[in-house]
Write a protein that binds this ligand. Structure first.
Ligand code: SF4
Length: 229
């Protein structure tokens, strides 16, 4: 007879695990599972160690599940973050295992796989979806052709699903000018978004070193943009 902790033929690849946070799923005490792997190479990505899908990690999915089982009653939810969690086709099984433990499920995604995301939305309770730019401007950030089409198709999937959501406009002062951020927000609200927030990039550490800014430089650039807008 199989158990919850049987080794799946292709277990979820975990790049990091935070056992308790209050900020990754609004209003819920959560644990966060960071997926190993992402197909994009955003110039401002501050977590390049999570990008290679096959990198060795210190985490095993079965051990994460065992930890979660011990925390039943102490946590409300488990959030899949990344990297890009939807990259792994086995995420569906991982979500079902977490649900079987009685937790709500949150998902952080950049919207890279809209079709797979559509199949997962009925299984999750809340999604935080990154919106990096207007569609045409995505490749200048992600370095991937047609990435904007995928991300905005995911926006449409989330809105059609009625799952509780938060769209997070990722803002780097050198890549996302203030007027573009305003336009993204306006489009999302026009489409029917429940919640849109602005999420500043941590500019002290970027995949593309030319984008690294000190806190003072980033603040100064944002101030100049506000004055110009
Ligand atoms: S910022 Fe997100 S989507 Fe972009 S490369 Fe990093 S993990 Fe992937």
């Amino acid at each position: 007879m199989s158990t919850l902790f049987d080794t799946h033929p292709k277990p979820f690849r975990v790049g990091g695990f935070v056992p308790l946070t209050t900020v990754d799923y609004p209003g819920e005490l959560s644990a966060v599972v960071f997926a190993q792997g992402c197909p994009w190479r955003c110039r401002y990505c501050h977590n390049p160690n999570l990008l290679p899908a096959r990198a060795d990690t210190q985490w095993r999915w079965q051990d994460v599940l065992k930890t979660l089982e011990r925390r039943r009653g102490l946590l409300d939810a488990v959030v899949f973050s990344g990297g890009e969690p939807v990259m792994q086709s086995c995420i569906r099984d991982a979500i079902m295992q977490v649900r079987a433990l009685g937790f709500k499920v949150g998902l952080h995604s950049a919207g890279i796989y809209p079709k797979r995301l559509a199949g997962l939305l009925p299984l999750i309770d809340w999604i935080g979806l990154d919106v990096k730019a207007l569609p045409a401007n995505y490749p200048g950030i992600t370095t991937v052709h047609a990435s904007g089409r995928a991300a905005w198709a995911s926006v449409a999937q989330v809105l059609a699903s009625k799952v509780a959501h938060q769209f997070r406009i990722t803002v780097h002062p050198l890549l996302t000018p203030a007027e573009q951020v305003d336009e993204i927000e306006r489009r999302l609200l026009d489409l029917g978004a429940q919640e849109v927030v602005r999420q500043p990039v941590r500019t002290e550490r970027c995949f593309d070193k030319s984008l690294e800014l000190s806190f003072a430089e980033a603040s100064e650039t944002q101030q100049e943009q506000r004055l110009e807008a």
